[in-house]
Structures are given as structure tokens and as C-alpha cells.
Write a protein that binds this ligand. Structure first.
Ligand code: UFG
Length: 336
């Protein structure tokens, strides 16, 4: 099947493209390359354009009228940047996505898989969240994802769209075949920082926050291998109609699904796993929590198992090993 992936030159979009290709499908990539990488597009069918470029989106569908579904990954994703540049975030992630969905509906390409985020959730006792858990997006970035979920749901009930919103927890690792991986040159997130220290690009790892009400005081998250995350999209498109059918009782052809391992891991536990894979100690220095940080959450992933027939299979150690390998090859794949 042909599947359109917006943001197909990004970290997650390009991994989804590899999973689809490896399973006999044809990804069609649309990416503005504002943050995506040309190196990830390689010999794939690729349109260099913004999702708001109506003429180009029309051309994509007229060139490939047999596109079965659209996976909409394109977005700005940096939380602190969203605090200082909210206009750009609401414009790129909300305004443009809304117009894009409108155009998909006009053109009659009505199957949409949307990249949402676990950043939407409020902190709950025990830290495990189901799709019904309370939401409290606490940054402009996460509010854009929240708004887009609502817009997609409303469009699905009013127009001819059908939507599956996938709430991603924390992806780690890279394509196990090292075709793609995280392309941010100076990462700020946990695995990115640990790799920087391991590869000698930074002298020390700062553990931000040790006073959370978790089992060891450090933040808790659900780290899943990006390959597993990408595989969930394969299942989402292959089972699209049955997922929507399963939600028929709700009345709207729209479904929200958590994508996580179902296991909470603290930062201290993650560092221990990292050191085991890396084979050496990482110098760690304690710092206060980052502005806007939260204790965290991990997924109840039962709905993904039930509706997508998917569960995470790769271990955290595999994710760490692949992130380390990618850290070593990255500068040969990407030409900054
Ligand atoms: N952490 C450190 N030191 C660092 C970086 C992170 O101790 O140098 C800690 C954080 O305090 C937190 C945990 O590691 O407790 C995870 O932090 P990340 O930045 O890796 O992940 P977050 O869950 O905080 O945020 C990420 C993305 C967001 C996204 C969110 C939910 O950065 O863009 O996941 O999907 F919104």
C-alpha cells in the first residue's frame, strides 16, 4: 500500500518509512526539510514541501491516487522553544495541520494517523496512565498536540475523516540497520545527553531532579524503542478500518491509543541500564529539576495490544545500544 508520511524526513517519520518499506509498502514522504534531513529521504518518493502548500499536497495525491492513509508526523517538537516561540508552534502545528486535515477531507483521503504525545497527561498517583486519564498539557508544544486531537476528533464527527491519534511516550534508539536516527545535533533529552557524555562530547551528565515522589526521587518515564514505535504505525495503517470499527460504539470514527512499553523507568534506573550497556560509569552531577519538568508517567498499553495487536518488543538495553551505535555513525550519515 502507498502511505503518505508528513514529516517523513524526521527522526520518527523516517523510521516509519523504513518499517513500511521493509514490510512491502511504499512510503510517500512530504517534508519541508525545516528540521528534517535530506539524507533520510534517500531513494524514496519525496516531495519537498510544507503541509500548508495546498498545490503540492494536491499534486502528491494526483501523482499517487492510490494512497491508502496519511500518517501526519510533521510538527515542531521542542518544548522550551515552544515557550519562547508560541506563535510559530500554534501556526505550524495547529493552523497548518487543521488546513491540511481540511484538504485531506476535501480530497476524500480520509484515513489519518496523527502523531500525538504523552506530554498531554496530568500526573496521576502510581504514574500509569490510560487513554482515559486526565489531561493537563503544560507547555505550548503539548497544547498544540491537545488542540489537534480535539480538532481531529471534531472533524471526524463532522466531516468524512477517520482518525487514530497515537500518544507517543519517550522514543529511544535508532533504526537497528542504522539508516536513520536522531538527527538533532545538540540533544537536550535524557538518552541524547547520555550518548554525548559517553562519546566524550560532554564531560558530565546532569541529573535534573531528585525530589520527585517516585521510588528513587528521579523522574519516571516510559522509554520505547523507536523501531517499536514505528511498527505500531504499520499496524495502525494495516488495521485502520478495524480500529475505527472497534470504536463504532463511541459514535465518532476516531480513536486515541497510547504507545509505550507499559513499564515505568526512573532516570536513575535508566542511567544504570546505560552504564551496563556502555560498559563504563557515567559521571553524574545532580541539578534541580528543569523548568516545567514533571514527575512523569508511563503507559497502560492495553488498548494498543487490543486494537493494534501491538506491543513493544525491544528492550531498553537494545534502545540504548542502538542510540550509542547511531551516535558513532551519525556524523557519517548526516552532513551538518
Ligand atoms: N533528564 C536529566 N538530565 C538531562 C535530560 C533529562 O536528568 O540532561 C531527566 C529529566 O529531568 C526527566 C527525564 O530525564 O526526568 C526525561 O527527560 P527527557 O527530556 O528525556 O523527556 P521528557 O519526557 O521530559 O520530554 C520528552 C520530550 C518532549 C515531549 C515529552 C513527552 O523532550 O518533547 O517527552 O513526549 F513532549
Amino acid at each position: 500500500m502507498k502511505i503518505l508520511i508528513t514529516g517523513g524526513a524526521g527522526y520518527i517519520g523516517s523510521t516509519i518509512a523504513s518499517v513500511l518499506e521493509d514490510n512491502g509498502h511504499t512510503p510517500i514522504l512530504l517534508d519541508s526539510l525545516v528540521t528534517g534531513r535530506r539524507e533520510f529521504v534517500r531513494d524514496r518518493i519525496f516531495y519537498e514541501a510544507d503541509i500548508a502548500d495546498r498545490a503540492m499536497v494536491r499534486r502528491v495525491f494526483s501523482d499517487h491516487p492510490d494512497i491508502f492513509a496519511t500518517i501526519h508526523c510533521a510538527a515542531l517538537i521542542v518544548v522550551p522553544e515552544s515557550v519562547t516561540r508560541p506563535y510559530e508552534y500554534y501556526k505550524e502545528n495547529v493552523v497548518k495541520s487543521m488546513e491540511f486535515f481540511r484538504l485531506l477531507s476535501e480530497l476524500g483521503y480520509n484515513r489519518v494517523v496523527f502523531s500525538s504525545s504523552a506530554a498531554l497527561y496530568d500526573v496521576v498517583p502510581g504514574f500509569m496512565v490510560t487513554e482515559e486519564s486526565p489531561l493537563r498539557p503544560n507547555s505550548p508544544y503539548s497544547r498544540t498536540k491537545y488542540m489537534m486531537e480535539m480538532i481531529l476528533s471534531d472533524f471526524c464527527s463532522a466531516y468524512n475523516l477517520k482518525g487514530i491519534a497515537l500518544r507517543y511516550f519517550n522514543p529511544i534508539g535508532a533504526d537497528p540497520k542504522m539508516r536513520t536516527g536522531l538527527h538533532i545535533q545538540f540533544p537536550t533529552h535524557l538518552i541524547g545527553k547520555l550518548v554525548e557524555v559517553a562519546l566524550g562530547r560532554e564531560p558530565v551528565f546532569y541529573l535534573t531532579g531528585v525530589d520527585w515522589p517516585t521510588r528513587d526521587g528521579s523522574g519516571i518515564r516510559d522509554y520505547l524503542h523507536v523501531w517499536d514505535l514505528a511498527r505500531a504505525h504499520l499496524n495502525a495503517v494495516e488495521r485502520f478500518d478495524s480500529v475505527i470499527e472497534a470504536e463504532a460504539s463511541v459514535g465518532t470514527p476516531y480513536s486515541v491509543i497510547n504507545l509505550g512499553t507499559g513499564k515505568g523507568v526512573t532516570v536513575k534506573e535508566f542511567i544504570a541500564a546505560f552504564e551496563k550497556v556502555y560498559g563504563q560509569k557515567i559521571p553524574v552531577s545532580i541539578r534541580p529539576a528543569r523548568p516545567g519538568d514533571v514527575a512523569g508517567a508511563f503507559a497502560n498499553a492495553d488498548k494498543a495490544a487490543r486494537l493494534l495487536g501491538w506491543k513493544a518488543e525491544l528492550s531498553i538495553e537494545q534502545g540504548i545500544a542502538d542510540a550509542l551505535r547511531w551516535g558513532q555513525v551519525r556524523d557519517r550519515v548526516i552532513h551538518y
